[in-house]
Design a binder for this molecule. Structure first.
Ligand code: PLP
Length: 404
C-alpha cells in the first residue's frame, strides 16, 4: 500500500525549512529530490569502492567495475533493452541528444529532412539546428494546438522519403502533455526515418519499454528520476549505434591506438570516452531500484490524483489560466494569473517556502505560441501531498491579493 507519509521519510530534504517555512518542493520537472537509499549508495561508493573502472587488475577496480556494469544491467532491464551494450552512460539527456546529432553529421546531406516538435525543450532543438547547419539538411516542425497537443495530421503531412530523423519528447516539460509517441514512431518508420525520444520527463512517471515502442534512440537524465545530477543514459538500437561514429575520442573508447591509426572499442565503450561518472551511474541504478520498489503504476496513479486535485482547485481561482490542457498529461501545471508576471508569483511563493519554477522552461517556442513571456510551473512528484497542493492554492491567492 502506498503511504505518502512513509515515502516522505525517505527524503531528508523534505524535512527542512525554507524562509522559516516547511519546504514545499514543486519543481520536480526541473530536478527530483534524492531518497536516502540513493544518498547511501553514493556515500557507500566513495567510502568503500572508489576506484577507476575497466582498467585495473586490483580488487577495488574490479569491484567498482562490477557495480558500474551492474547498474548498466539494471537500466537495461528497466527500459527493457535487448542488450546491455545498447545502454550508453551519458552525463544526461542533453549529452545523449548531442551524441546522436553529432553522429548523424556524417549520415545526412543536402535535401534530407529532419522533424522536431513544437513542444521540445531547447536541448532537443538546438543540437538539431546545429546538425542542419553542418549538413545542409532542413528542419521541419510538428505544430501544436491550443491544448498543447501535437497535431498528428500535420505530422503526417511533413513526412516524406526525405525524412531521415524525427525527434519528439515523450512528455513536455513545460506543459506536461504526453505525446502519442507510438504513433510518431510507426509513421516515421513507414518512410524509413529513425526516431529519437527525449524521455527526460517520462522516465520519472512511466516505465518505457524501448523494444515494445520499437524506438531507435531514447535518452533520459538520472536527476529527474530520484538519481544524482551529471549522469543519464542513451539507449540506441544496436544496428544504429554500430552505424554511428564515436562522439568523443579518448581513453576507454579505443581498441588499439597507434599514430597511424586508431581502432574503436565495441559497444558500449565506443561512446564512453574518458573516466565516466562512476558513482553517478551506480546511484542511477539505486534510484531505479527505489522507484521500482514503489512501482510505476502506483506512482502514476497517485500523481494523477494530485494532478486532478490541484487542477480543480486552481481553476477556482479567478483570473488563473492553465496552459496545457490535454487530457493526456502528467503532473505538471503551467499557469499564469491575469495581468501578473510569473516571476512575481514565484517570488512570493518562495517566501512561503514553496518552490515552483517560473520562466520559459527552456521551451521558448511554446511561450511564443501562447504569446506569453513565461508561466509559473508547479510539477508534482509521488512524495508531494494534497496538503501541499492546498498550501500552493493559498499561496497563489495571497500572491494575487498582493500583486493586483
Ligand atoms: C530536463 C529536460 C531536458 C534536459 O535534461 P538535462 O538533464 O538538463 O540534460 C531535456 N528535455 C526535457 C523534456 C527535459 O525535461
Amino acid at each position: 500500500m502506498f503511504n505518502v507519509e512513509d515515502i516522505r521519510k525517505d527524503f531528508p530534504i523534505l524535512a527542512r525549512k525554507v524562509n522559516g517555512k516547511p519546504l514545499i518542493y514543486l519543481d520536480n520537472a526541473a530536478t527530483s529530490q534524492t531518497p536516502q537509499q540513493v544518498i547511501d549508495a553514493i556515500v557507500d561508493y566513495y567510502a568503500n569502492s572508489n576506484a577507476n573502472i575497466h582498467r585495473g587488475v586490483h580488487k577495488l577496480s574490479q569491484e567498482a567495475t562490477d557495480l558500474y556494469e551492474a547498474a548498466r544491467k539494471k537500466i537495461q532491464t528497466h527500459f527493457n533493452a535487448q542488450h546491455a551494450h545498447e545502454i550508453i552512460f551519458t552525463s544526461g539527456t542533453t549529452h545523449g541528444i548531442n551524441l546522436i546529432a553529432n553522429g548523424f553529421s556524417s549520415l545526412l546531406k543536402q535535401g534530407d529532412e529532419i522533424i522536431v516538435s513544437a513542444l521540445e525543450h531547447h536541448s532537443n532543438i538546438v543540437p538539431w539546428q546545429m546538425l542542419c547547419e553542418r549538413t545542409g539538411a532542413t528542419f521541419k516542425v510538428i505544430p501544436m494546438n491550443a491544448e498543447g497537443e501535437l497535431v498528428r495530421s500535420a505530422f503526417d503531412a511533413l513526412l516524406s522519403e526525405n525524412t531521415k530523423l524525427v525527434f519528439v519528447n515523450h512528455i513536455s516539460n513545460a506543459l506536461g502533455t504526453i505525446n502519442p509517441i507510438s504513433y510518431f514512431i510507426e509513421k516515421a518508420h513507414a518512410v524509413g526515418a529513425a526516431v529519437l525520444i527525449d524521455g527526460a520527463q517520462s522516465a520519472p512517471h512511466i516505465k518505457p519499454d524501448v523494444q515494445a515502442l520499437d524506438v531507435d534512440f531514447y535518452v533520459t537524465s538520472a536527476h529527474k528520476i530520484c538519481g544524482p545530477t551529471g549522469v543519464g543514459m542513451l539507449y540506441g538500437k544496436e544496428e544504429w549505434l554500430n552505424k554511428l561514429p564515436p562522439y568523443q575520442g579518448g581513453g576507454e573508447m579505443i581498441a588499439e591506438v597507434t599514430f597511424e591509426k586508431t581502432t574503436y572499442a565495441d559497444l558500449p565503450h565506443k561512446f564512453e570516452a574518458g573516466t565516466p561518472n562512476i558513482c553517478g551511474g551506480i546511484a542511477f541504478g539505486a534510484a531505479l531500484d527505489y522507484m521500482n520498489a514503489i512501482g510505476f503504476d502506483t506512482i502514476a496513479a497517485y500523481e494523477n490524483e494530485l494532478l486532478n486535485y490541484a487542477t480543480t482547485l486552481l481553476l477556482q481561482i479567478e483570473g488563473l489560466k492553465i496552459y496545457g490542457t490535454s487530457s493526456q498529461k502528467t503532473s505538471v501545471i503551467s499557469f499564469n494569473l491575469e495581468g501578473i508576471h510569473p516571476y512575481d508569483v514565484g517570488t512570493i511563493l518562495d517566501k512561503l517556502g514553496i518552490a515552483v519554477r517560473t520562466g520559459h522552461h527552456c521551451a521558448q517556442p511554446i511561450m511564443d505560441y501562447f504569446k506569453i513571456p513565461g508561466t509559473v510551473r508547479a510539477s508534482f512528484a509521488f512524495y508531494n501531498t494534497k496538503a501541499e497542493v492546498d498550501a500552493l492554492v493559498e499561496g497563489i491567492k495571497k500572491a494575487k491579493m498582493m500583486l493586483s
